[in-house]
Design a binder for this molecule. Structure first.
Ligand SMILES: Cc1cc2nc3c(=O)[nH]c(=O)nc-3n(C[C@H](O)[C@H](O)[C@H](O)COP(=O)(O)OP(=O)(O)OC[C@H]3O[C@@H](n4cnc5c(N)ncnc54)[C@H](O)[C@@H]3O)c2cc1C
Length: 467
């Protein structure tokens, strides 16, 4: 029976960076990924021109080598202020040095040199001033934009680099995490094979979060309830946002609603990008990306409303999914509506969208009515936020602005973890978006490095003790 030093579940950025770090030690590492290898990944919408999502299992967009990172917009957030919660587990300067470290690895594998946000300090201050007068706070970020095409290429090179350094099994998912008498022992794959190791690094991503939560429940691990973020993706002509996107590229604007004091923020801004559907285990939500090369005439970004639930409710993921299900039920996937139609209390139609000034980049979204889907509290927050944004970037609040719904972020359950991201079961670590501790490529990659460095430290300790 083969026994590995470490098993990694999931080949997203978190799992890959853990593997890259461990690969240099000569440790025997197995990486199990339920999706396909990077060269074999495909979405029927892109590859075969399918009109609608055909619910592949597993989804080619978020599963496979590279995880959700492979078709992501490839924006590396080089700041501690957003993109995850790792600052809860270490001091910010330490986190920043790890972000710099993973950034250097992305560069080594061919990342573009340009970093947005390093210059134009006066222009940033001007936007911050305008934002403040509209009750918005602007959190500027340093962003290295790889673009989807470049990101894919980098992840392919990482795959090649690891080819003879660790065992990678794609199309091979983990069904169960095996624990005996409180000690981690191994995993059982979906094919029923049991594989044993000393360490486990679980990096199942957002798509695998529900499976992981079930495993955690079965193993009696404590969970912390995170807020759930629900909202829409906004699409406007790129010129409308240029005064912001030309300066800060990714601007995180935060607003607290007058009506409910809820926190609303912009998220994942894609200048000249496209709006895309995201399949979360059969549930269709909306997202966006932009390529380094290809461009559209539009810019898209998400507006997300954060809501924390209090006792006794403990199922924010189910809440978010129920709202996404409503949109799927009404439209078969994603609903698109003009802001003017939403405010006028009527649905959008093909004809109304056709006369609009913004041409939708997501062609298979169904014109409809988001007020039939989103709770009043969320709708109010979105409209208030768009009105505030309109003061900073005139045109965002236009009646022609397109809203796609719904966008939901399911990083809602966070495991109780130590400051080295170890679960309550020794030698069993949980990292990345699936563990609820990160929300983006950079911090997901950092979490992989953190855990691998901890394992390396322990192995050296053991060697020392043995001598
Ligand atoms: C369209 C889109 C655009 C994005 N754009 C950006 C961006 O510009 N910048 C940014 O910072 N972030 C972006 N993100 C988010 C980013 O991709 C994620 O934060 C990041 O990929 C998380 O890394 P991860 O390794 O934790 O999880 P993932 O990348 O989700 O990888 C998890 C992997 O685990 C596998 N898996 C799950 N369960 C199992 C199992 N039981 N057995 C075996 N394998 C399993 C999955 O198949 C998947 O491949 C985007 C995401 C999407 C979907």
């Amino acid at each position: 029976m083969k026994r590995y030093d470490a098993i990694i579940i999931g080949a997203g950025p978190a799992g890959i960076f853990a593997a890259l770090e461990l690969a240099e030690t000569g440790m025997d590492v197995l990486l199990l990924e339920k999706g396909r290898d990077i060269g074999a990944r495909a979405c029927p919408i892109h590859a075969k021109g399918a009109k609608k999502c055909v619910h592949c299992k597993p989804c080619g967009i978020v599963c496979g080598w590279g995880g959700a990172g492979a078709y992501s917009d490839g924006k590396l957030t080089l700041t501690t202020e957003f993109g995850g919660m790792l600052d809860l587990y270490m001091e910010k300067p330490q986190l920043m040095s790890l972000i710099d470290y993973i950034d250097s690895i992305y560069l080594k594998f061919g990342a573009t040199q340009t970093v947005y946000g390093d210059d134009n300090k006066d222009a940033v201050r001007k936007i911050q001033k305008d934002a403040a007068s509209a009750d918005l706070s602007l959190i500027p970020a340093r962003i290295r934009h790889l673009g989807t095409d470049k990101c894919f290429e980098i992840l392919s090179l990482m795959r090649d680099h690891l080819r003879d350094k660790c065992t990678v099994r794609t199309s091979d998912g983990v069904a169960e995490i095996l624990v005996e008498e409180g000690r981690y022992v191994g995993v059982e794959t979906t094919r029923g094979e049991k594989i044993y190791s000393k360490y486990l690094i679980a990096a199942p991503g957002r798509e695998g979060a529900e499976w992981f939560t079930t495993q955690a429940g079965r193993l009696g691990l404590d969970m912390i309830t995170n807020p759930v973020d629900i909202g829409v993706r906004v699409e406007v002509p790129a010129v409308v946002m240029e005064q912001i996107t030309d300066v800060v590229y990714e601007s995180k604007l935060v607003y607290y609603t007058k009506s409910f004091d809820d926190r609303v923020r912009t998220f994942c801004m894609n200048p000249y990008g496209v709006v895309v559907a995201e399949n979360n285990a059969g549930l269709i939500t909306v997202n966006g990306h932009s390529n380094a090369e290809k461009t559209s005439e539009n810019t898209n970004f998400a507006i997300l409303v954060s809501k924390s639930f209090t006792e006794p409710f403990k199922e924010p993921i189910t809440y978010g999914k129920s709202i996404a299900k409503l949109a799927n039920l009404l439209s078969g996937g994603v609903i698109v509506q003009r802001l003017g139609d939403l405010k006028a209390g009527r649905r959008s139609t093909e004809e109304r969208i056709g006369r609009g000034l913004v041409t939708p980049t997501m062609k298979d979204a169904t014109p409809g009515d988001l007020s039939l889907v989103l709770p009043y509290r969320h709708l109010t927050a979105i409209v208030e936020m768009l009105e505030a944004l309109d003061k900073v970037a005139p045109g965002v609040g236009s009646r022609h602005t397109l809203l796609y719904g719904v966008e939901v972020k399911f990083y809602s359950s966070r495991l109780q973890l130590s400051n080295v991201l170890e679960t309550q079961i020794p030698n069993f670590f949980a990292i990345g978006d699936g563990a609820g501790v990160t929300r983006g490529l950079a911090q997901a990659s950092v979490s992989g490095v953190m855990v691998a460095q901890e394992i390396k430290r322990r192995e050296k300790c053991c060697e020392g003790e043995a001598q």
